[in-house]
Design a protein around this ligand. Structure first.
Ligand code: G16
Length: 510
């Protein structure tokens, strides 16, 4: 039996092996709620960008943020226990919490055919402790984070409508700070829903924000088997750099965007004549938002009173980091891959703009900043607070990020091509390799250095040294049974040649 770990985004693997995992996670979520004095915990059933036959489950902590790391260990131990050890393990954990506290768990799931049957297994686990279950059924991951946060903070069970109104109204109320006419900006958007829950739910947001945004939805077929994330969605567009399927170019739009299977990632793009795309990915989203927030800070005279950082990973293009440091004058911090790591780092600052290149991320604002803005009570400080209101600070949220991006594009009257032209990427390629055991690779330094297998990093370094301004790293995926190979260099030819060399090194060592 595969030994599953609570990885980059919870437990994820082929859906067929997951029922016992879901049952145990049901037990775990009840324990977690009890350990938090009965506050609500979220359970999201999704495998996000993974193929349709996969599924997964992740826990959401009472603050609406991802599960605390010490409990990831508990989750892994519980799921790796033998059947006859589960009862003892749970009883040992029960001794650490107040058993009598009633537990509450909020559940949501994506459109995968396996999601509903797996929900039953999780419910069986939850019923062992008589846990109060609030089932939101089909939702995006960020929606569930929003519901958990609000239940614990505002003591209310929010409905879907309130999620869409919260962000939609914040977007509309920001209009008073924006120009009334545009030379370049257009409000037409072609939206690629990855044939998942995002394609369904975006219509609810559109109902609130129309006619200010005119969204045409593509790839919204959630009933035909095999279509989820297949040749469409944020991960496909980012990794293939090509127009997704779904006839998106049938009428010309000025803007295109793709979300992933649970709508927590977002990538903007526009097509070239050869069907390749220019990507406005997480790197460029970070640049756009950091630039604008920095301007708001200056206008509020708060630049010297608060600390702002951009948080990135090794997948960030070298020229993006350079632009943020040299042109925007903002410090950049690197963490390992996995939004949970970026989120925790971002919490340390008054403003933490964090994005993975794959389009996963958000912005966090400290209580200190919010209090300063409220005390200032000027038009521009109210504007800044309105911008914060539009941001889902619990987790990366494609809907909230779309509204923030549209706001900044309007404020600066930009087309996607103008946004794209802010800097030029170094040539790069992200490829994958299938190996017999990806867990043989151990990395350090935010994934940039391999310590095991011994010698592999030196061999990669020797190859990299042959190319100008080149960089490459290899890491095991935390969500799929593959390793990822990233290569960056000055020219596409160099990237291609170096990718082939590094792929051979992977074959040689693994
Ligand atoms: C998840 C994580 C992301 C991570 C991505 C790929 O995204 O939340 O932080 O970048 O997986 O991870 P890996 O390279 O380890 O497979 P999602 O959108 O699939 O939940």
């Amino acid at each position: 039996m595969e030994l599953l770990q609570y990885g980059t985004a919870g437990f994820r693997t082929k859906a067929s092996v997951l029922p016992y995992v879901f049952y145990r996670v049901g037990l775990l979520a009840s324990l977690r709620s009890k350990s938090k004095g009965g506050q609500s915990i979220g359970l999201m059933i999704t495998a996000s960008h993974n193929p349709e036959q996969d599924n997964g489950i992740k826990l959401i902590d009472p603050s609406g943020e991802m599960l605390e790391q010490s409990w990831e260990v508990v989750a892994t131990q519980l799921v790796q226990s033998n059947n006859d050890q589960v009862r003892d393990y749970v009883e040992s954990k029960l001794k650490e919490v107040d058993k009598s506290v009633p537990s509450t768990v909020m559940i949501g799931y994506d459109t995968r055919p396996s999601s509903k049957p797996l929900l039953e297994a999780a419910l069986d686990g939850l019923h062992v402790f008589g846990t109060n279950v609030i089932n939101y059924t089909l939702v995006t991951t960020p929606m569930l984070h929003f519901f958990v946060f609000n239940h614990n903070v505002n003591k209310q069970v929010y409905e879907e409508k309130e999620y869409f109104e919260h962000y939609g109204y914040a977007y509309q109320s920001y209009k008073k700070y924006l120009p009334s006419e545009y030379k370049s900006y257009s409000n037409e958007i072609a939206f690629d829903g990855a044939n998942g829950v995002g394609g369904l739910k975006i219509k609810n947001l559109q109902n609130v924000v129309k006619p200010d945004l005119n969204i045409e939805v593509f790839n919204q077929d959630v009933s035909t088997q095999g279509k989820l994330n297949f040749q469409c969605g944020a991960d496909f567009v980012k990794t293939r750099k090509t127009v997704p399927s779904g006839d998106m170019l049938r009428s010309s739009h000025s803007k295109y965007l793709s979300v992933d299977g649970d709508a927590d990632r977002i990538i903007y793009w526009y097509p070239n004549s050869d069907n390749s795309v220019n990507l406005l990915d997480g790197d460029r989203i970070a640049v756009l938002l950091a630039m604008y927030i920095n301007e708001l800070l200056v206008k509020c005279n708060l630049k010297d009173s608060v600390q702002m950082k951009v948080i990135q990973t090794a997948y960030t293009n070298g020229n993006c980091t350079k632009y943020i440091k040299d042109n925007l004058g903002i410090d950049v911090i690197f963490t390992s891959t996995g939004v949970k790591y970026l989120h925790h780092e971002a919490l340390k600052y008054d403003i933490g703009v964090y994005f993975e290149a794959n389009g996963h991320g958000t912005v966090l604002f400290s209580q200190k900043l919010k209090t300063l803005l409220a005390q200032e009570n000027t038009e521009v400080s109210k504007q800044f607070l309105n911008f914060i209101e539009m941001t889902n600070e619990t987790v990366g949220d494609s809907f909230s990020i779309m509204l923030l991006i549209e706001t900044v594009l309007q404020a600066k009257d930009l087309t996607l091509a103008q946004w794209y032209a802010l800097y030029h990427d170094l040539a790069n390629k992200l490829s994958t390799a299938t190996v017999s055991n990806r867990n043989l690779i151990k990395t350090i330094n935010a994934d940039t250095e391999i310590v095991e297998p011994v010698g592999m990093q030196d061999t990669i370094n020797k190859s990299v040294a042959k190319y100008k301004n080149a960089r490459s790293f290899v890491r095991p995926s935390g969500t799929e049974d593959i390793v990822r190979v990233y290569v960056e260099a000055e020219t596409n030819e160099d990237v291609k040649a170096l990718t082939e060399e590094v792929q051979q090194i992977v074959n040689q060592y693994l």
